[in-house]
Structures are given as C-alpha cells and as structure tokens.
Ligand binder design. Structure first.
Ligand code: FNR
Length: 377
C-alpha cells in the first residue's frame, strides 16, 4: 500500500512487527477508554475556516527553550524504540534532526545516550522517570549532561505502572512469553533478520551501562516494576532542579493545579499528557484537559501536549487549545517500524504539509497566530 497519510503507517507497522511489539505500541491501559478518547476528542474539534486572508508567507517554525524548531513537533520518549527498527533510537533521532525537530530519548531506550547523541546534528532531549534507585538517576543525568543533552523531560505520571491487558494477551508478558515471542519472530522473518538478529544488543542501554551487566527485554518489566517510586512528592524533586542546569519539562500533567505546582517547582515547560492512554484509564483526554491548563499557566512555562495527536490538523487543534508545541509518540513509532529513518522523516513532512493546509484555511500565517479564535464552539 502507498503511504499517503500518517495513519497509513499504523497498518504498515502491523504487517512488519511481531504482534507482541505491535500491541505494545498500539495498546493502552484497562479498557482503553482514554486511549480512544485521546484521538476522538482531537478529531472532533471543529476548526474555524476563514478564507482570503493572505497567508502566503506561511511559517511553521517556533522556538522552545532557545532552540529553533522547523515545526512545533517533538518526538516523544518511547521505550524500546530499538526493538521496532534496527538501532531504532538512532534512526528516529536522525530523522527528527533532518527535519529540524528534537528527539527525546527514553530512560528505557535500547540505544544508550552515548550511542544516540553523537549520531545527530542537534541537541538530544532526554527523558527521566522518578525511580527508587536515585544512584541511577544521578548517574544517567551526569551522562546526559556529558553527552550534550539540553532539555530534560521528567515524566511524573508513572509512580506505578497501569495494567495493559494487551501485553499479557500478545506474549509481551504473561505465561510462556519468551517462547511466544520467538514463535512470533519466526513468522516475521524481515523483522527477525533486521532487528532480531542484526539489531543487537537488545539491552536497556542506559540501564545496563549503569548496572554494568546486560539487561534483556525480559528484565525490562521487572526492573521498572521494582523501581517505580510511589512515595515521591514535589519536594523530593528539588535536587533535580538544583542539579540540572538546562531546561526541565515536567511530563504527565492533566490538571491546572498540577500545572501551577510544576511552575512553582521551576519547570521551564510541561507536557499535558495521559501517557498516551497507557496509565490511568478514564482520565481526561489531553484535548479536554488542555484549555484549563492553558488558562492557568500560559506564558509562565512552555506548554507541550501529547496523547492522541495523529496528524498535522491535530497539531493545529492542539495549538488552538493553548499548546506551544506537541509531542508525538505512536505516530513516529509506527513509521519507524514500517520504514525506519526515511519513513519517520516522511511522516514529519506529512505533518508539515497537513499543518500548512490547516493554517492556510484557518487564516493563520504563523504558529504564534494560532489560538482559540481558530476553533468553532
Ligand atoms: C510511551 N510513552 C513513554 N513516556 C515516557 O515518558 N517514557 C517512556 O519510556 C515511554 N514509553 C512509551 C512507549 C510506547 C510504546 C508508547 C506508545 C508511549 C508515552 C509517550 O511519551 C507519549 O506520552 C505518548 O505516546 C503520547 O501519545 P500518542 O502520541 O502515542 O497518542
């Protein structure tokens, strides 16, 4: 099938990936209500068409924390990206750099910071979880700073992992999971050859360097599960604000009060996010949470939004609701699985084209001009 839209990459990824990996990307928590709401709520926002507004000098560029972005899109931290394509984090980061946008490396990436950062021509963003092992947190922050990371994305919506039933059904976890994964790899020879065999080591690169021993996929859930820290509160984070000299973005904000607390903490930015519907099912979609958060903190910190952005039109909708920029997770993971670096670069081109059309037909020539006046109702 020809790729005409970002959504086409989902179908292509489904064909390429062993099911345990496709469903790991695609799935959400519990009954997946929030996952569905995320996309539906963006899609059903009505843009206000305005014609004959002379938008000939259209400009998609923006600036975040002193960094130039060719379009207001950041690749979100996505764990295990190196399992979707060979050394996937490097490929996705290169694609992002080639299109002038940042790539955020997850704590639980396959490729370590030291492999990804030197491979790209712009500063890497790095995502950190709150973990019991503060030694790991310090170690990884020191390594990130040494590798030239600028922006730290601090994810706060995972003090406990939400249950994802699809993972148990697909063979990602649950009984006989390793045997089921091998059986699935055998029936997906393209993936098995390119990623399974030639994409090793399949480590959590950042973690294994700290622990000094390999940590395979099987160890991933165990290590994370043992390390989430439900005792954490804002005051416990002050050392990170003191320690990290660059911008800090707090990811996982859904409530105006939390947004205000993030600003009081000294955050340079927040990500309005429900973790792509992978944590607490039943919480608000980002599209619905965004307006009140924007009312609370717009101008005091940069507002990013993710969870449910599937097109350039959705980017314009998110900006109209109050975001300064968006993050995309699944959209780029599907593209990466379908066609590696080139596909992720093409995905970003598709997003840019869709944004241009939406901006032209809503009468906005710059990202800064997009606001609630571009919406109906
Ligand atoms: C994620 N997300 C995530 N977030 C984070 O802070 N650290 C991580 O390691 C991961 N890992 C991860 C894996 C996969 C497969 C997915 C789909 C998501 C959440 C991610 O950063 C982002 O918030 C959501 O993906 C945004 O929603 P959409 O764009 O996928 O709808």
């Amino acid at each position: 099938m020809n790729i005409a839209s970002p959504a086409d990459y989902r179908a292509a990824a489904r064909r390429k990936l062993p099911p345990f990996l496709f469903h790991y990307i695609d799935g959400g928590s519990y009954s997946e209500r929030t996952l569905r709401n995320n996309t539906e709520d963006f899609e059903t926002i009505a843009l206000r068409q305005l014609v004959l507004r002379n938008v000939s000098g259209l400009d998609l560029a923006t600036n975040l924390f002193g960094e130039h972005l060719a379009l207001p899109v950041v690749l979100a931290p996505v764990g295990l990206t190196g399992m979707y394509a060979r050394r996937g984090e490097v490929q996705a980061a290169r694609a992002a750099a080639s299109r002038g946008v940042p790539f955020t490396l997850s704590t639980v990436s396959v490729c370590p910071i030291e492999e990804v950062s030197p491979a790209i021509s712009r500063p890497l963003w790095f995502q950190l979880y709150v973990l019991r092992d503060r030694g790991f947190m310090r170690n990884v922050l020191e390594r990130a700073a040494a590798a030239g990371v600028t922006t730290l994305v601090f994810t706060v919506d995972m003090p406990v992992p939400g249950a994802r039933y699809r993972d148990a059904h697909s063979g990602m976890s649950g009984p006989f999971a390793p045997a089921r994964r091998i059986a699935q790899a055998i029936t997906h020879p393209h993936w098995a050859w390119n990623v399974g065999l030639r994409g090793t080591p399949h480590d959590l690169g950042n973690v294994s360097r700290y622990l000094g021993k390999p940590t395979g996929l099987a160890d991933y859930i165990g290590w994370l599960g043992a390390n989430f820290d439900p005792s954490i509160a804002w005051r416990d984070l002050q050392w990170i604000r003191d320690f990290w000299k660059g911008p800090i973005v707090i990811k996982g904000i859904l409530d105006p009060q939390d947004a205000r607390d993030a600003v009081s903490f000294g955050a340079d930015g927040i990500v309005v996010s429900n973790h792509g519907g992978r944590q607490l099912d039943g919480v608000l979609s980002s599209a619905r949470a965004l307006p009140a958060i924007s009312d609370a903190v717009k101008g005091q910190a940069k507002i990013l939004a993710d969870s449910g952005i599937r097109s350039g039109l959705d980017v314009v909708r998110a900006l109209a609701l109050g975001a300064d920029a968006v993050m995309i997770g699944r959209s780029f993971a599907y593209a990466l699985a379908a066609g590696g670096e080139r596909a992720v670069a093409n995905l970003l081109d598709l997003f840019a084209q869709e944004m241009r059309v939406a901006m032209t037909l809503t009468g906005a020539s710059t990202v800064a001009q997009i606001g609630r006046h571009n919406l109906v109702g």
